[in-house]
Design a protein around this ligand. Structure first.
Ligand code: MEV
Length: 301
């Protein structure tokens, strides 16, 4: 029996635009998904969603991982037990964390000898299969941990400021939002491609400001990134309320994190403002979560 865990993630910059090759900055955060795998006489996947065999609608990511691993090493059966502190469909990388933690667990159980690069890359392949389109960002960051600029795979310093997440508790489908953005881009390429490019430039400028720990200016660029995300249709009134509440309470900056359309927003703030920002998010109807960035990627527990 092997237990593995992997972290969730937030985007400081670049979701959606990164699907089209623009730069993004993503940070692993201190909440994790845990997976236990053990030999079994059939395939059994257990989670808060229920107990199933291979099931592409209830457990699409774990089912695809099992299919993929079976092509590398045949096995009789396996039991995969999933527990996650990362809310599902919230933009915090729950599917990427579950995918890479399951891969790491099976790697260890079956002696597959996968490197971290292999796990990140197979994880990406699985996200594409389930979602139709996906950048390598979520699976790479959940595998490696830390703060990472993609597609360059450049590792940056951990964040040295407060991080407050606000959850709208509205389920959002990454697949659907990525597809809506793709339709918008196909209908209006001359408008949407420059927006992606500006988001990528915000990430590149953000990298320099993060190196200087100038979080006040990083926050301003996050606010610009938020305006651009709004313009491509991935905002919603509930997210907007939490974002403005966090800014009004003194956050350096606040924006959607992940696919949008519901799910979570993220604010960065001075550590002595974290409680005010957290309270403001709660008063605006969100569920606040104070967290920090972590260097710990996927690991055996
Ligand atoms: C989802 O967490 C982030 C998106 O950019 C999709 C992706 O990068 O695969 C919306």
């Amino acid at each position: 029996m092997v237990t593995c865990s992997a972290p969730g993630k937030i985007y400081l910059f670049g979701e959606h635009a990164v699907v089209y090759g623009e730069s993004a900055i993503c940070c692993a955060i201190d909440i994790r998904a845990r997976i236990t795998v053990e030999e079994y006489d059939s395939v059994l996947i257990e989670s808060s969603l229920g107990s199933t065999g291979i099931d592409y609608s209830i457990h699409p990511y774990v089912s695809e991982v099992l299919d993929k691993v079976y092509t590398m090493s045949s096995f009789e059966g396996v039991k995969v037990h999933v527990e996650s502190d990362i809310p599902i469909g919230s933009g915090l990388g729950s599917s990427a964390a579950v995918t890479v933690a399951t891969l790491k667990g099976l790697d260890s159980l079956l002696g597959l000898n996968l490197s971290l690069e292999d796990i990140a890359s197979i994880g990406h392949e699985i996200e594409i299969k389930v979602q139709g389109a996906a950048s390598p960002t979520d699976t790479y960051v959940c595998t490696m941990g830390g703060t990472v600029m993609l597609p360059q795979r450049k590792h940056l310093d951990l964040l040295d400021c407060g991080v407050v997440i606000g959850n709208t508790n509205i389920f959002s489908s990454t697949k659907e939002l990525v597809s809506n953005v793709s339709t918008l881009k196909n209908n209006y390429p001359e408008l949407i491609l420059p927006i992606f490019s500006t988001i990528g430039k915000a990430a590149l400028r953000g990298e320099l400001l993060l190196a200087e720990k100038d979080y006040e200016e990083v926050g301003k660029l996050m606010d610009i990134n938020q305006g651009l995300l709004d313009s491509i249709g991935v905002n919603c009134s509930e997210l907007s309320r939490l974002i403005y509440a966090a800014r009004d309470a003194g956050a350096f900056g606040a924006k959607i994190t992940g696919a949008g359309g519901g799910g979570c927003m993220v604010a960065i703030a001075d550590t002595d403002k974290v409680d005010d920002v957290s309270l403001a998010i709660s008063e605006a109807g969100g569920v606040p979560l104070v967290t920090k960035s972590t260097g710990q990627g996927v690991r055996i527990e």
